[in-house]
Ligand binder design. Structure first.
Ligand SMILES: [Zn+2]
Length: 502
């Protein structure tokens, strides 16, 4: 591959994405390679679902980005891939035809980018780095709380503890020596709250602190009522729980929690930003209503991953557990730094389907499926690359239980080979787990060669990866090199007359 020295470091919003695409169509070299664009479908709010093709060959590759609205690095990467396709010496336009969907979820991207549009381009790298640090800190807080929860559970279940003082000693010792807690407490970005307060923040299964307090006190009471007063260990445990109850009853504790208002550090940066200037004014009106209705925290709009009507395109699968949660209106919280955002409701994370009583595939997924299926039936299908935002990971394994052995083995070998080639240049971790509940999982058990790639190792969608321009340079360069190697492998397979279609 030719040395690539013109990788772009830019702020991409839905508004200036269009300019980037228009510029591609002014390049003679790309037009010679058969560059073309067509609209596959219109979204619910009338956004174009674009598909760009390059090459005139009889072997189709599918590349999808922007499935989650906030994962801009995937959109950035695939648009730069088109621009630099000429540098990939293993790409032969007479052999291959690449179908690229640069933004599978234009509504979600418009929502998310309307918020980070508030950052001045001159401060883009600096502000993105600040965002990245805050996102990391939030991650650390959540992990610490999880550790602490585990520790407390073990402690309460451990019958070898001999006294309340011993329990309290272990707890204090744990808090004093736990590395994550140490990092947290030395981090200037952290508000001055005690670790116990953070534990309680992890338990917001209610909408008000009053309810949460009652809930916690109830947990203590119920546990106490089940203890055997004649058992020495149980009576010690009772004393411990009574101590906890006292703690949960302190006024300062609840005041501190309420002052923190449940907003995560990364959300704080955009807490005053509104979703505005969207391409669709109707979407703008509707989405602001949704945020109010579900009480999504201020500033969480920046991480808007679902579509305008609130569907998470990767969760849009019949087997997704979120369908039941939506149906029963259970409150389920997101993971990691999103643990203060309701999952499976319309909002930043989104639902699996619009109507839980009548599952339907989203328009954006139907269009993608139609495109791939057509190629598969025609006998020209090769493989599919699904790009997501951050993690530096490769999902390749199909879900065995839902496939016949023959198909599974065939897909497994092919996918594994592709994943190995891909990770050689990117150093991305190849994951051995396989799921059945995502839309990507559905594609992976339906067609061969479906890889899902989590790009940047530097986390914090959307702008965290932009906190260091070298990270963007490395991410794009390495992934271009990986695709070039994939082309090399596929050319050999085509020569050997291997087929991956029906
Ligand atoms: Zn994603």
């Amino acid at each position: 591959m030719k040395e690539i020295d013109n990788i772009k470091y830019e702020k991409i919003t839905y508004q200036n994405y269009q300019t980037r695409i228009d510029k591609l169509f002014q390049k003679e070299n790309l037009l010679k390679l058969g560059l073309n664009k067509k609209t596959l479908a219109k979204t619910e709010y009338g956004y174009n679902l674009d598909c760009i093709t390059i090459g005139n060959g009889n072997n189709d590759l599918f590349i999808v980005a922007g499935t989650h609205g906030s994962e801009i690095i995937s959109i950035d990467f695939v648009t730069q891939l088109i621009e630099k396709i000429d540098n990939l010496n293993n790409f032969d336009p007479n052999i291959f035809k690449i179908y690229i969907i640069p933004i599978q979820n234009p509504e979600g991207f418009d929502i998310s980018s309307s918020v980070f549009n508030n950052i001045n381009i001159n401060n883009y790298e600096k502000s993105s780095y600040e965002y990245y640090l805050r996102y990391r800190t939030d991650n650390l807080i959540i992990n610490t709380i999880k550790d602490l929860n585990l520790f407390l559970n073990n402690l309460i279940n451990n019958k070898n503890i001999v006294s309340t003082n011993e329990l309290l000693y272990y707890l204090k010792h744990y808090i004093k020596t736990n590395k994550k807690i140490k990092i947290l407490e030395s981090n200037n970005a952290m508000p001055k709250i005690k670790i116990f307060n953070k534990l309680l923040l992890e338990l917001p299964t209610t909408n008000s602190y009053k309810e949460l307090k009652i809930k916690l006190l109830n947990i203590c009471d119920i546990t106490i009522s089940k203890l055997n007063p004649n058992n020495l260990n149980d009576s010690f445990l009772k004393l411990f729980l009574l101590e906890l109850k006292k703690y949960f009853n302190t006024k300062e504790l609840w005041e501190t929690i309420e002052n923190n208002n449940q907003i995560r550090l990364y959300q704080e940066m955009f807490a005053k930003c509104k979703i505005k200037n969207l391409q669709s004014s109707l979407l703008e009106k509707d989405i602001n209503k949704i945020y109010k209705l579900y009480k999504h925290p201020n500033g969480s709009q920046i991480g808007h991953d679902s579509t305008g009507i609130g569907i998470n395109l990767n969760a849009n699968n019949k087997h997704n557990p979120g369908i039941l949660s939506t149906k029963t209106k259970s409150i389920i919280w997101g993971l990691g730094p999103k643990s203060n955002i309701q999952n499976y409701t319309p909002g930043p994370i989104g639902t699996a389907t619009y109507d839980p009583n009548n599952f339907k595939y989203a328009k954006e997924n139907k269009a993608l499926y139609k495109l791939i299926e057509n190629s598969y039936q025609k006998g020209t299908y090769l493989m599919t690359l699904l790009y997501h935002g951050t993690g530096g990971l490769i999902y390749y394994k199909p879900y065995q239980d839902m496939m016949n052995d023959n198909t599974y083995n065939k897909y497994y070998d092919y996918n594994k080979t592709l994943a190995n080639i891909y990770s050689r240049k990117t150093n991305y971790t190849i994951l051995e787990e396989s799921g059945k509940t995502g839309y990507g999982d559905l594609l992976r058990r339906t067609y061969p060669g479906v890889l899902l790639i989590e790009l940047s190792k530097m986390g914090g969608n959307p702008i965290g990866p932009y906190g260091d321009h070298n990270n963007i340079y490395i991410t794009i360069n390495d992934n271009l090199a990986a695709i070039n190697d994939i082309f090399k492998y596929l050319k050999k397979e085509i020569k050997a007359e291997k087929k991956y279609s029906k």
